[in-house]
Design a protein. Sequence first.
Length: 494
Amino acid sequence: MKVELRPCRYVQSRFGLPVRRELEGYTCPKPEWSGEGYCIFHNPNPDKDHEMFREQLKLQLQQCFIGFIFPRRFTFPSIDFHDADFAFSRFCGTADFQNMTFSGKTNFQYATFHEGANFRGSRFKADVDFIGSEFTGTAWFNDTILDACIGFISTHFKGEVWFAGISNAIADMTGAIFEKEVHFHNTTFSASSFIETQFMGITTFGYFKHMGNRSDIDAASKAPKIVFFEGVDMKHLLFREADLTRASFSQCYNLDQASFYDCKWNTESGRSHVLYDELELRGKVEPWEKMAEREIKRRKGKNQINADSNNGVEIQPAQPLLDVKHSAVEETCRAFKKHFEDRRNFLVAGDFHEGEMEMRRLAKGTWGRRFFSIEAIYWLLSQYGQRWLRPLVCFIVLNLIAATLYSLTGLQLEGDSLVIRWGSNLESSLLFWADSIYIYLQALLYSVSVSALLRGIGATPNHIFGLFVQTVQFVLGPLLIFLIGLAIRRRLRR
Ligand SMILES: [Zn+2]
């Protein structure tokens, strides 16, 4: 019986997408296979005959794989890809492109990878485009060699992504979404863009380097977990409207050459810019270890189900590359302070100054961090020269107490044998009160003049206790005035 061969029913029907004109309404020229209306390549059954699929693929002269549905257990024959077009194709199993060479432009627009995608060690000699593609499993781009531009515009990564060890790549991640972990360890981009990129899992940029003019990072992530910028060269990095509430900047360098516009920072009483590193050290946020532990548990559960999609590769748990210590965070705060001081933004610089001092204080022992250190006193009296109200209140209270003590112990007025002291002169009750208030006011005037190192009313304390109070005032008074002045100057500096 003769079976009449009808043409394959496949037609590219996703109109309105920003793709090449010839892809719109693309129809398949091949004949139908096994009576299901589609050719073997477009047959939607993920468990179709992968051996035959492979044999048929070898016979293809042009590498036009538009809309192909690669069956679950399919592996590529050894072909050299040249101008390969995988637009709208679907990989039902792991897409294994390890160590393959792609010469000519490669197109993966709107391709879907249902399990892992392995591009380890593969080489792209010309531009490769992943616009709108979707990765459900883990995607490996470790040690991929990129001689041209790789585009991940609006790519959706639902699994983990590894970009480790890529050098000199030009990458466009505009609008890409990373739902799980993503790692850019030791990656050097000669140009890159992260405009509106969303990092929703643990993200590491360890030792990341950007060599070109500018790299836009505005990861306006909805639920950012944590982004490690540890040991990263910040030169040429531009952060615009990025959510930095969960960003760790420990030991990154060239920070003064980065730019920050309208970024979202952690806030804390009176401070609008607090680093995540600082909050973590102070135990105000969940430490990354716990977060990473949860992530490992999640992975272990998943790996058992999905063992072969990982290609037998042992996945390391995410961890920051460096141990975060007070001194390291202090260093980072200082770098940020300098960054904002250079831009004459002294108010924000003040926030980082506070962070820097806070780290220095907390590095001390139990007593040192509470009271017995310069940093602790500086903190208690004026929040490291940031608050003017606190030292002012201290100054007022100091003088009120001192005036009371002088009134009780007596003051010897200059050029007069008279000693003024409460309850020493008059007996009549009305005069007693008036006199007491008069004495107190005189004592207060004397007290303020001592605190401010001024020559006010000439007097000397009449009692050894009064002399002691005076000495304390000589030390504390000018110090508090200095702190009030410092805080006001910080605030009004231009
Ligand atoms: Zn077809």
